[in-house]
Design a protein around this ligand. Structure first.
Ligand SMILES: [Fe+2]
Ligand SMILES: [Fe+2]
Length: 399
């Protein structure tokens, strides 16, 4: 039984004041996150970040967060260029730089609540499910919640981009080959530009910004603290960037808002390179250089984080703002789980992420049954992102 179910028991609910019950529900939900992770080594590794992110909610304080980084900076005085694929990616990244201030038509007006160019399609959220929980909404209210859901998504993109900016800077310091440092420097620039884009869109077009999601904070915190360059790579370049690329390309396909489509198109072209960087850099290391014990640790970590990413981006910031007290957190989680937009997002994300894990050697026979158990095995034979260009993700014929 989910822990939070206990607090929906009418006898228990009656004796708790609403604020206490809501806090208990939130904590119980976080405990369920930890219970969902089956591998003790992964729990041990993630636990300090989970305490800071889920329980202390350090990302929710209106003050800067300081995280102690512990990676080694790696200097290469030989400046040897011996990774031709990364050298080619570096040259391409230089050619494809763009200016977020002038290459996007910021003069375009955005009307978030207008049905003319809807930010999200109406069936993105599962309205019938919500009605079944006793929440009856007018068409105008439904429009408002689509706007808030999009604001939530773009806010998490913004915070994720900040994580990517700092992680790519760290990786640029610690990656042990010169071509990787050169390429990494272009990614740092890309990520700064992406922050500029999402921040500007949220501030000047949507006039709404949500705080960082506790689970996203936890993943970023864990990657910042991990001193191993390849774990930062795996976490940021493969998992988080893979998630971002899936989310961006899904949103590009469904939104009809022209300025957002223009911005996403630009960002997706950059992100396609970032994910390729991760696959190229890790493939050789994981398939040829790591010991079996080291590889197993990464296999288990990647699997658990993949499941957390699938199950835990539950739009709780919107719930707390608009629905807490009307329905329970557990009911909200079930609602988000059945929303067509969320299931499209999960499919888009895993159809690339799982083949990428295969490509870098982390989908071995040992771990594959775990993916099958949680329904992710069906993506095993899909195409990895290696060699895919930005245009492959924004093909309007597939829209
Ligand atoms: Fe980015
Ligand atoms: Fe990126």
């Amino acid at each position: 039984m989910a822990v939070s179910a206990l607090f929906e028991n009418p006898a228990v609910a009656k004796v708790l004041p609403a604020a206490v019950r809501q806090n208990v529900e939130r904590w119980a939900d976080h405990v369920n996150v930890l219970l969902a992770v089956r591998n003790p080594a992964v729990i041990q590794q993630m636990a300090p970040s989970a305490v800071r992110g889920l329980f202390l909610r350090q990302g929710r304080r209106d003050e800067p967060t300081r995280m102690r980084a512990s990676h080694e900076a790696h200097f290469d005085w030989s400046y040897k260029s011996d990774f031709p694929e990364l050298q080619a990616l570096y040259q391409k990244a230089k050619r494809m730089q763009w200016n977020a201030a002038t290459d996007i038509d910021w003069k375009q007006n955005v009307e978030p609540l207008s049905p003319e160019n809807p930010l999200l399609p109406h069936d993105f959220l599962a309205w019938d499910h919500l009605r079944g929980l006793g929440v009856r909404l007018t068409p105008a209210e439904e429009q408002k919640y689509l706007y808030l859901a999009l604001s939530w998504m773009l806010s998490q993109f913004l915070h994720g981009e900040q994580g990517a900016l700092l992680a790519s800077a760290q990786v640029t310091e610690s990656v042990p080959f010169t071509d990787g440092k050169f390429y990494g420097a272009t990614q740092v620039m890309d990520e700064a530009r992406h922050i500029e884009v999402f921040h500007r869109y949220l501030e000047t077009k949507l006039n709404k910004r949500y705080q960082v999601n506790d689970n996203l904070f936890t993943i970023i915190d864990s990657l910042m603290h991990d001193g191993r360059w390849d774990m930062k790579f795996l976490g940021m370049q493969i998992m988080v960037e893979g998630l971002a690329l899936g989310a961006f390309s899904m949103l590009y396909k469904v939104t009809r808002e022209p300025l957002l489509r223009q911005a996403l198109r630009r960002v997706i072209h950059d992100e396609a390179r970032h994910v390729n960087y991760g696959v190229l850099a890790l493939r050789d290391l994981y398939t040829r250089q790591l010991s079996e014990r080291e590889r197993i640790e990464r296999e288990d970590w990647a699997f658990e984080v993949a499941v957390l990413m699938r199950d835990r981006f539950l739009v709780h910031e919107l719930y707390e703002e608009e629905f807490e007290g009307r329905i329970s957190r557990r009911q909200w989680n079930a609602f988000i789980d059945v929303c067509p937009g969320m299931s499209m997002f999960r499919t888009t994300m895993f159809s690339r992420l799982v083949p990428n894990l295969r490509e870098i050697g982390l989908l071995t026979d040992r771990v594959l049954p775990h993916y099958e158990r949680v329904g992710l095995g069906r993506f095993m034979h899909g195409r990895s992102t290696l060699g895919m260009e930005g245009d492959d993700y924004v093909d309007d014929r597939a829209a």
